[in-house]
Design a protein around this ligand. Structure first.
Ligand SMILES: [Mn+2]
Length: 253
């Protein structure tokens, strides 16, 4: 029994399904999604349906919250606040576009037949139920124990929810920050959020590869940015073996 962590999917449902078919993933393995299953890609709603059916807190499929799921929660709550003070506003009759989300969630949900703000409430509530982090301990091939922290953006003991979801490992030019993860007992951080296609360019690695540092591993290989060579990756925590959804082109820009 192994544990895999999958990078940012962003509505790339078919790539995700392809990844799951990889022969390295065994039937009794656990698969944890790093968050950001929605927005940007073509199949946000398919990903939501899949996740709501398959993801449970401790089952074969698990997930931590991403900043994109959190965006929807906050956009929804903003509208709830407004509705409280506007007696003429009935969320069952309010067009979904009024959620005014940062990306394309409303558009795809509308296309899938969701007309009102209220109609997506059960999805928002499911997003709310997602944990922010997960801690996992595995046994490595040589028999030693290894602890991992799994969080969408980054993790620190004193970091707030929004920082854990949004903090990046690099600046906007793709230059890695000097500070690495500082978890106790040799714990390694597995995170996504910042596509490695932007960072690897600066450190002259194939742009679409998982980025290994001593104490942290960035598994967001930017699968929704396939135009730039992005790919969907998963890492097996026991031996840190990485698999990809598509053929991995050796790209150095
Ligand atoms: Mn993302």
């Amino acid at each position: 029994m192994s544990t895999w962590v999958v990078g940012d999917i962003h509505g790339c449902y078919s790539k995700f399904k392809k990844l799951l078919k990889n022969e390295e993933i065994k039937e009794d393995d656990t698969i944890i999604l790093i968050g950001d299953i929605i927005d940007r890609g073509p199949d946000s709603y398919k990903m939501i349906k899949w996740a709501m059916k398959n993801v449970t807190p401790d089952g074969r499929y698990q997930m931590v919250c991403g900043n994109h799921e959190d965006n929807i929660i906050r956009d929804y709550d903003k509208l709830l606040q407004i509705a409280k003070y506007r007696t003429d506003m009935d969320l069952e009759k309010t067009d979904i576009i009024n959620l005014n989300t940062h990306y394309d969630f409303c558009i795809y949900m509308y296309a899938a037949g969701f007309g009102s703000v209220k109609s997506v409430e059960y999805i928002v509530d499911w997003f709310r139920s997602l944990p922010l982090t997960k801690r996992v301990e595995v046994t490595t091939p040589n028999g030693t124990k290894q602890k991992y922290m799994i969080a969408h953006g980054w993790y620190g003991e004193d970091m707030e929810r929004l920082d854990i979801l949004w903090f990046r490992d690099s600046d906007r030019f793709g230059n890695l920050y000097d500070e690495d993860y500082e978890g106790a007992n040799g714990e390694i951080l597995i995170h996504g959020h910042t596509p490695t296609i932007t960072i690897n360019k600066c450190i002259e690695k194939p742009v679409n590869e998982v980025l290994f540092r001593e104490r942290s591993i960035n598994i967001d290989c930017g699968c929704v940015f396939s135009k730039y060579g992005g790919n969907l990756a998963a890492i097996r925590l026991e031996d840190q073996k990485v698999i990809y959804a598509g053929r991995q082109k050796r790209i150095i820009e």
